[in-house]
Design a protein around this ligand. Structure first.
Ligand code: SAM
Length: 292
């Protein structure tokens, strides 16, 4: 039998499909003394659905976070267990909870986070973009100048980027994405885990037209996944450098050719070596040159 502790439990709830709540999440919600919820009316059907009858609910949202954190801490210190949920997904991921957890940590109150649904990670998993490193960027600014500035500051971000966006704003955002990122790959995941789940895989320059052609695009919720900045493609080698590589290829080793040409034209040896391998001398060995 699961033993509930005098502690704070962070409990993710579904982002659409009600079957996505975990067995452990249900168990914790049934056993805790209090449940802090962002919108108590919104959470009641979910709680009833999993068999939590007459829960003791505490309203905990963006506007009362700091003052409620103190009250919740005193409840836990009095020997009770408390769970924190948000309207959907994982608390604290663009949802309230930070002040409470931070106060618990400072006060040595145990915090038990449960893993579970999160729109950002769910979307990333279907994006086909690098997932070894990613940056969660939350909601984008609404005002056009701030939006453009924020996106421009991310042009050289080397990690895949994840944004939350409101569907009514996505067409405006698509215009700025095209302006700032051009042909960069982008993916939009709409209504994840729900009946009308839709994924749009395209580039920033085509995004507006792709979205605009779907009459349902302004319905539901969505996540934007943006590909990371990549250094210039290997084929992006100036003509003069290519000519020089061709001239030298019979005289010197591929490594030497690339070293010399890289020095003359201020290019990266690795990039030239890859180009050499693919476009000039297919027989060259696949070893990397020592790069700068
Ligand atoms: N804490 C939640 C989580 O773990 O994903 C996010 C809460 S945030 C207030 C709500 C935003 O998450 C939405 O505006 C949307 O960008 C994204 N979102 C939530 N559910 C989604 C879904 N089913 N499909 C796509 N995006 C979703």
């Amino acid at each position: 039998m699961f033993e509930i502790k005098k502690a704070l439990y962070i409990v993710p709830t579904p982002i659409g499909n009600m079957d996505d709540i975990t067995v452990r999440a249900c168990e914790v919600l049934k056993l805790v003394d209090y449940i802090c919820a962002e919108d108590t009316r919104h959470s009641l059907p979910l709680l009833e659905g999993i068999g939590v009858s007459s829960p003791k609910l505490i309203s905990y949202h963006d506007h009362n976070e700091t003052e409620k954190a103190e009250k919740i801490i005193s409840i836990i210190k009095d020997g009770y267990s408390v769970a924190l949920i948000s309207d959907a997904g994982t608390p604290m991921v663009s949802d309230p909870g930070y002040h409470l957890v931070s106060a618990c940590v400072k006060d040595n109150i145990p915090v038990f986070p449960l893993p579970g649904a999160c729109a950002a990670i769910t979307a990333l998993c279907a994006s086909g973009m690098p997932s070894d490193r990613f940056s969660f960027e939350g909601f984008l600014p609404v005002k056009e100048k701030m939006l453009r500035d924020r996106l421009t500051s991310l042009v050289k971000e080397p990690r895949t980027m994840i944004f939350y966006e409101a569907p009514r704003r996505v067409l405006d955002t698509a215009k700025i994405l095209a302006e700032v990122f051009g042909d960069r790959e982008v993916m939009i995941a709409r209504e994840l885990t729900k009946t009308f789940e839709t994924k749009y895989y395209t580039t920033c320059s085509k995004l507006y037209d792709v979205l605009n052609s779907d009459p349902n695009v302004q319905k539901g919720e969505m996540v934007i996944i943006l590909a990371p900045y990549r250094e210039k493609e290997i084929n992006d080698v100036p003509d003069e450098a290519v000519k020089m590589m061709n001239l030298l290829k019979g005289e010197l080793s591929p490594k030497k050719v690339c070293e010399i040409v890289a020095k003359i034209y201020g290019l990266r040896k690795n990039q030239l070596y890859k180009y050499f391998l693919e476009q000039i001398h297919e027989g060259a060995s696949e070893e990397y040159v020592d790069d700068e």
